[in-house]
Design a protein around this ligand. Structure first.
Ligand code: SF4
Length: 753
């Protein structure tokens, strides 16, 4: 079959992928000799070595993803790293999406124009790099990464990684789609396998059929309440049961999208006719028919075993409202009014927001518009401010053509750019002064304090777009359309009827403006421009290779006390704009870590001068003096996000090792990739024997080998020394990264040899 994985990439064919998965599964079945879940079929079907015996929750798997997607905030550093590897082109189909850097303020047109001008340098860089290295580039205004992926690239049974935590949205089309850090994306783009611990599998059995005001969103709002924000950690959530067929494909996408809120690796649905309908509507009939042919590998085996099973009866599922401040605080609608009163949450609703990557399908928009129309017919407009974020240009153009945008604007709504906007705090909100307690309700996925508008007093609740719309019409957070009435212009009272909408547009999708820049066939003439004086972008210099000697008498930059997450090591917030400039973002290195010596943050002693200074400043002083240094840390050092900046920054400022009681695994791997030595105390109590003014020598490097501990000689200021044994988890390949100076240096030298 000549069917491509994506119509926009005609030369990447789908059938070889399906055949390869089938061949791999033949081998896997012989090894495991038991029924497989769908998630296992997709994951194990992409093993680099299918003879690997996968044990859920234990084995580290090396996988070969089918594609990579990156959003503009994370793509900058990933692309810079890829460039420094010196490869001519990406080895796996890759796309870049401009969605995170567009701030909402006045409305789509003005906001997009402002973003294009403010971020021109970043967009030009990503665009030229995409052309040069064979990546598809979606310009600002095209839409949100996950919606574009669903519309164009996701396919049943595929494996993709994306540098954004809501990448699992593509599970709505039967894909195992996992959010990762930029370093993982670079590996895959460079042709290396991607490592993942074999996930546990949580089954969610759906029975019955949604009724009344309940929607797909309520499935995940309910599941989030059951599993909580940590319940999915290390697991794939796999939906099954007869209830699945009553959900639309985009509804399944919504459910998978918000699986990120329970910490799940990803979520997935089995292939069914609803996915087929969506593939047909988005011009991918060939994929639907190939999926039918290979459907056995796109659903779980009968009697597949799950690590845990949750049952949800859709027929009795109530609409839910979750929040505030955490997405797992689930309230069935019938109990929400009482909760609002009891907790004293501000009952007036200031703003209702619908759309985002989570809930901006045609179905969502048309159902919401049906409610607005009922109210308009009674002379009622929205009492709250009402913002609409279309997830893609295709959705925007289609709902514009079908009069839905007119309906939203008639009620006083503002249509924002096809971008993340208020969902990621890119919202110049002016209706409520900062610090004022207020309530907003969104159809988004996250509601941590300050996420949307930077105001810790904003109480954000999450629900379906239909319910957001009904609440906005009433102006009340505690409005329940099942029991409460609205007042018509003539003074009479009326109840909203059930939302109605089309799953797919009857007249087909309108693609809207063409915002896609395809990968170039011959990019030899393309120059990737990075202004050397730029504050936001900086080409990376390769890190120096190891010089073959042990490290002697290294100062401890900081002995970190207690929790030290990737946010402590490389803060987000205002630093987001420097994500493409390693030297500038390094000014946030470890500024959140607590110094064990004085209990202060961002205040460490410079061992050369005896003066105290900010952590990055002292590190720079050491670097300028040619002095390498180490960090000492506590338990689970580097937990949190997979942000590679937390490993790049210490390496850039002259660090060589991080010695801790224990590591968060992803950060440990990231340090290895950048040529650092992540080491753990063989005896955790040795952490207490090290003082911030000690000097450390790391010995045994000339015989550095997997499974063989290293030694650290600790020299006290008075001259006393003690020996500490330290462990490492380097395998033979990773030791080569260390010797080469970084994993990318190693890839590059392999390529040249
Ligand atoms: Fe992330 Fe929100 Fe953008 Fe979705 S819309 S990709 S959740 S920031």
């Amino acid at each position: 079959s000549s069917t491509p994985m994506a119509p926009l990439e005609p030369s990447n064919l789908l059938e070889p992928v399906y055949r390869n998965v089938a061949d791999n599964l033949d081998v896997v079945r012989k090894t495991l000799d038991r029924p497989l879940t769908l998630a296992e079929k997709v994951v194990y079907g992409h093993l680099d070595d299918p003879t690997t015996r996968a044990v859920r929750g234990e084995t580290y798997l090396k996988l070969r993803p089918d594609r990579v997607a990156m959003q503009d905030a994370t793509a900058q550093m990933a692309t810079l790293q890829f460039i420094s590897a010196g490869l001519p082109t990406t080895q796996v189909p890759t796309t870049v999406h401009c969605d995170h850097l567009i701030a909402a303020q006045e409305g789509a047109g003005e906001d997009l124009a402002r973003a294009k001008s403010e971020n021109a340098e970043v967009y030009d860089f990503l665009s030229s790099a995409s052309s040069k290295y064979g990546m598809g580039f979606w310009r600002p205004g095209s839409g949100i990464i996950h919606q574009i992926v669903l519309e164009n690239y996701a396919f049943p049974g595929g494996l993709m990684i994306g540098t954004d935590s809501h990448t699992p949205n593509a599970g709505g089309l039967g894909m195992v789609a996992v959010g990762v850090g930029g370093a993982d994306a670079v590996d895959v783009m460079a042709g290396l396998p991607w490592e993942l611990k074999a996930p546990k599998i949580i089954g969610v059995k759906l029975s019955g059929k949604l009724t009344g005001w309940a929607s797909a969103k309520d499935v995940i709002l309910k599941v989030a309440g059951i599993l909580t924000v940590k319940g999915g950690t290390g697991a794939i959530i796999e939906y099954f049961g007869e209830g699945v067929d009553s959900l639309s494909c985009t509804g399944m996408g919504t459910i998978c999208n918000m699986g990120a809120e329970i910490g799940a690796t990803t979520s997935i649905f089995p292939y069914n006719s609803r996915m087929g309908d969506y593939l047909n509507a988005t011009g991918r009939q060939g994929i639907a028919s190939l999926a039918e042919t290979y459907s056995e590998n796109l659903r779980a085996d009968d009697s597949a075993v799950y690590d845990q099973i949750i049952e949800v009866d859709l027929s009795t599922l109530e609409p839910h409202v979750n929040g505030p401040f955490t997405p797992d605080l689930a309230h069935p609608l019938s109990q929400f009014k009482a909760a609002v009163e009891k907790q004293g949450w501000p009952p007036e609703l200031t703003v209702g927001l619908i759309g985002s990557c989570t809930n901006s399908s045609y179905e969502d928009m048309s159902r919401s518009a049906s409610i607005v129309r009922q109210a308009l017919d009674k002379g009622v407009k929205s009492k709250s401010l009402f913002n609409i974020t279309p997830g893609s240009e295709q959705v925007r153009a289609t709902i514009a053509r079908d009069g839905i945008i007119d309906t939203f604007e008639e009620t006083g709504g503002t249509v924002l750019a096809n971008a993340c906007g208020p969902c990621i705090g890119q919202w110049n909100r002016s209706d409520v002064p900062k610090g004022t307690p207020n309530s907003i309700v969104t159809s988004f996925n996250r509601n941590f304090s300050m996420r949307n508008d930077g105001n810790p007093q904003t109480h954000t609740f999450i629900t379906s777009p239909e319910l957001v719309t009904a609440m906005a019409l009433s102006g009340r957070l505690d409005f329940n359309p099942l029991t409460d009435e609205l007042t018509a212009a003539d003074g009479s009272s009326f109840k909203l009827e059930l939302p109605k909408g089309d799953e797919l547009p009857a007249r087909g999708y309108d693609p809207g403006e063409d915002t896609f820049q395809p990968p170039m066939e011959d990019a030899s003439a393309v120059k990737v421009h990075v202004d050397p004086s730029s504050a936001r972008l900086q080409l990376l210099e390769p890190f120096q290779a190891w010089n073959g000697s042990d490290y002697e008498d290294l100062p401890i930059l900081i002995k970190a006390l207690g929790k030290c997450t990737t946010d402590h090591i490389s803060m987000a917030g205002p630093w987001l704009k420097y994500r493409g400039h390693l030297d500038n973002i390094s000014n946030n290195m470890l500024i959140g870590a607590v110094n064990a010596e004085n209990g202060e943050i961002n205040s460490v002693k410079n061992s050369l001068t005896g003066e105290y200074g900010a952590v990055p400043d002292v590190a720079r002083a050491y670097k300028a003096a040619g002095v390498q240094w180490v960090v000492v840390g506590d338990e689970n050092y580097g937990e949190g996000s997979s942000r590679e900046h937390a490993a790049l920054e210490p390496r850039h400022l002259g660090g060589v090792a991080v010695l801790v009681r224990s590591f968060a695994r992803i950060h440990e791997t990231n340090l290895k990739k950048q040529g650092m030595l992540p080491l753990t105390f063989a005896t955790p109590e040795d952490y207490d024997k090290i003082d911030p003014e000690d000097k450390l020598s790391i010995t045994g490097l000339s015989t550095f080998a997997p499974g063989v501990p290293l030694s650290v000689v600790v020299k006290k200021p008075g001259g006393v020394t003690l020996n500490v044994t330290v462990n490492h988890t380097f395998n033979a390949d990773q030791i080569e990264w260390f010797k080469a100076g970084s994993a990318l240096n190693k890839i590059k030298s392999d390529l040249l040899s």
